[in-house]
Design a protein around this ligand. Structure first.
Ligand SMILES: O=C(O)CCC(=O)C(=O)O
Ligand SMILES: [Fe+2]
Length: 414
């Protein structure tokens, strides 16, 4: 099987979500930020939180209609878009990227190693170990996944939460028992930069609210009978934030890479990949913040002028291309994940992507994954032809099936 060719830049649609968001987009940093109460009306008591929440399509304002129409087209093809009007200031976005850069690169080699090792991912049951949170080194064995990661998840912390989580797991032992203790824990923060501990929880709270706004818009975009359905499924989101660092490739790998590119046209596509292997994301919505490095994130799209989604099988495959999805200042690069694809029976696309970072700089990227709650069971919706006979997957099981066995040993592509 030969790889789809690399073809230029993808012109992602830009979707302005401001009409679904209830706080001012001009806010500077976090000084005056009131963390929204997402368990009640989703927007807490921010003084400017007065946007009426639409409950039926008839309630939509003209601005909301424009957003919904653009979102409908984007999730069908290419499954990626730029998100603007989200209300997170550029200053805050830069601060988050800078925290990642400091963690990975500030100081001499010994200092960097010391701080990373202090919060290295540990096996379940080890002190603070939950098999998933913390720092994971670059994969030294393979050229695939040439990045390091610092991972944060919604916490399962304290005796009550852990007990409730175990009861939930025990309620369906038939599905995916997984590893005992996996993801039961709290997030690990480095000593340096110390600001990470203060800033990231607030950043996550903001992105949860942005995620909720996009999921609300998506319910209308997909003309669901209950437009709030996705909002409900993502309340108490089992979110994940990753701080990824992509070091430049070692020279030996670069040379090998160049030589092999000529010989190995027929290889499996992962063989040529460095950075992050080809994968789709496994939840609902990925909001990606990256530094300005161009040409790193690549998205696999069906070719043809309109990326014709009706083509099937070989015809569709023959036209596939890898295209760059470069960062747009102030915007998030957003894509939908496997759960949305499953709810829509494949109508909306959880698009395959990869990272190929061949530059000399140390690249930082910070994807935030806004996901369903752990217990949510996902099945094709009746609006998309779903019936009781369709297969279903519980989000927790899907998540664990992706990470179990790969996290502590070698993190493979999702
Ligand atoms: O680093 C990037 O640009 C993308 C990372 C990614 O696709 C992922 O973590 O799922
Ligand atoms: Fe991804």
């Amino acid at each position: 099987m030969s790889n789809p060719p690399d073809k230029g830049q993808l012109n992602l649609p830009a979707i302005d979500i401001s009409s679904f968001i209830s706080w001012p987009s001009t806010e500077d940093g976090l000084a005056n930020f009131h963390i929204p109460n997402t368990t009640q009306n989703g927007h807490g008591n921010h003084p400017e939180a007065h946007l009426p929440k639409p409950t039926t399509a008839k309630d939509l304002t003209p601005a909301q209609r424009t957003t919904v129409t653009a979102l409908r087209a984007a999730v069908r093809h290419p499954g990626f878009f730029y998100l603007t009007g989200h209300g997170v200031s550029r200053e805050l976005m830069q601060r988050v990227l800078e925290l990642g850069r400091q963690f990975y690169t500030a100081g001499d080699y010994a200092a960097v190693q010391k701080r990373k090792r202090a919060i290295a991912r540990r096996p379940c049951g080890d002190k603070y170990g939950d098999g998933a949170r913390g720092w994971q080194d670059v994969d030294a064995i393979s050229r695939n996944d040439w990045h390091e990661a610092l991972d944060f998840y919604a916490e399962i912390d304290g005796a009550d939460q852990v007990a409730a989580h175990r009861a939930f797991k025990a309620s369906r032992p038939d599905v995916w028992p997984g590893v005992d203790g996996l993801l039961e824990g709290r997030n690990l923060y480095p000593d340096h930069p110390a600001a990470m501990r203060d800033l990231l929880p607030d950043y996550v709270a903001r992105l949860c609210s942005v995620g909720e706004a996009v999921m609300r818009a998506l319910g209308f975009a997909l003309e669901l009978r209950d437009p709030e359905f996705f909002v409900g499924a993502t309340q108490d989101s089992f979110w994940c934030l990753r701080m990824l660092g992509y070091p430049p490739l070692p020279p030996a790998f670069r040379k090998k890479e160049e030589a092999e590119e000529e010989e190995e046209e027929d290889d499996e596509e992962d063989e040529e990949i460095v950075g992050c292997g080809a994968h789709s994301d496994y939840g609902c919505l990925t909001m990606l913040l990256t530094d300005e490095t161009p040409g790193a994130l690549k998205v696999r799209v069906a070719g043809g002028e309109d990326g014709n989604q009706e083509q099937q099988g070989e015809a569709k495959k023959a036209k596939e291309q890898w295209v760059d999805a470069d960062p747009l200042p102030g915007a998030y690069v957003v894509n939908i994940g496997d759960m949305v694809e499953q709810w829509t029976g494949g109508w909306a696309t959880s698009t395959v992507h990869k990272v190929l970072h061949t530059g000399d700089d140390y690249r930082i990227s910070v994807p935030f994954f806004y996901e369903p709650a752990k217990h949510v069971v996902v099945r094709r919706l009746p609006e998309f032809g779903g019936t009781d006979a369709d297969p279903e997957v519980r989000y927790w099981d899907h998540l664990v099936s992706k990470i179990d066995g790969s996290f502590f040993r070698k993190r493979t592509s999702w």
